[in-house]
Design a protein around this ligand. Sequence first.
Ligand code: TYD
Ligand code: MG
Length: 461
Amino acid sequence: MARRTLTFVCQNCGAVYGRWQGKCDACGEWNTIAEESSASEAAPGRAARKGRAFALEPLAGAAHEAPRLASGLAELDRVTGGGFVRGSVLLVGGDPGIGKSTLLIQAAAALAKASHRVVYISGEEAVAQVRLRAERLGLSGAKVELAAETSVEDIVATLGEGKAPRLVVIDSIQTMWTGAVDSAPGTVTQVRGAAQALIRFAKRSGAAVFLVGHVTKDGQIAGPRVVEHMVDAVLSFEGDGVHQFRILRAVKNRFGPTDEIGVFEMTGAGLREVTNPSELFLSERDLGSPGTAVFAGVEGTRPLLVEMQALVDRLSMVLAVLEAHCAVRLGGHDVYLNVAGGLRIQEPAADLAAAAALVSSLANAPLPPDAVYFGEVSLSGAVRPVAQTSARLKEAAKLGFARAVLPQGGSEASAEAGLALEAVTSLSSLVADIAARGRSGRAAPAPRGAGRGLGGRAETG
Ligand code: TYD
Ligand code: MG
């Protein structure tokens, strides 16, 4: 019987200590060290046995190219290096809500459609929830075998029955637990133990196992960095929190390159592969305007063109554009921009509304009360289209607004919302409109006369 020893394990980085301490020396985090019992980590549930001698092989000999299984999602296959390698274990990390479950159910369905046995185990969602997502994606017909389970022993026993699966998805590794370790579920030791058992299963059965891992606020795969060292490949699924595109990147790959990226767009019907990302990144370019440059970059083997703009802070950017392109002199004023309710807005689409509020204040020209504004302002003073035009318009109509000032190109989106749409292509035309309102309506000074000392206080919302 193995003697039960107490160890203290940092829940952030997995460092092990003989006694408790407040700060982890390895990663520098405070209060992350928790007591765990490690009676049987090395030999789960079994007494130590005598080693068995095995045959050693010469280095020269038949080498097999690792047999791969293409998922059918070209952008995913590009990142893995050509598909899933038999018996390999991949870990995909990413922020909650970024689309990990969506990506994996799409990959699982694609493989199932190619008549491979695919099993999807969800430890986070009920079977009904997974089904609902599949339905939304139009994948209900795919023969993916589904379960909501968290016990690794039960999962391995179930998978051992019948034909070995080609792909097993575990969503997520943090929800799995193994009876071989008697630490609490969710601890580093549990997650490591569960990952070990699943890796053993992959090597033994030849199934590729795809683990989902949560990411902590500082971008690391939560709990076990140790799991990253145990698996064959670590992929990271990223977005910028504003746009709908998502980038899949290999952080580690024993069987392929680590510099390839896959580009997807999150749509109402799941992730769409973007086979020509330059088109996506350059689609909103204003040609022939000063202040921007196209960067010809390369990501992995794929050239990628992106327009570069020097943006530090959106409000100071909007102010700079107003001064440089619209002859609105703000230098002599204190400027305050306040968002009602204290909401923190990060969307570039807020640029147009911020500019309208500032100019309106400066020109002492109230904006029409039944109008909403949205649009991104570029450094050149152009007003650029933003995502989800129709959702914005619908909401405005619902709340009784009658018109929308919005970027050109967004305006074909939905006349059905019942709003009058006023498309603006440049910030200077918006400024001229607001100034004209000021002159005609209230005999207020135009923006050019800004030296007259208006408060410059703008309140939006
Ligand atoms: P999900 O795959 O559940 O994220 P994760 O597993 O990384 O937490 O995706 C969640 C988000 O994606 C959710 O906010 C809704 C959105 N989504 C779409 O926009 N379109 C879709 O077709 C699906 C399935 C989700
Ligand atoms: Mg999920």
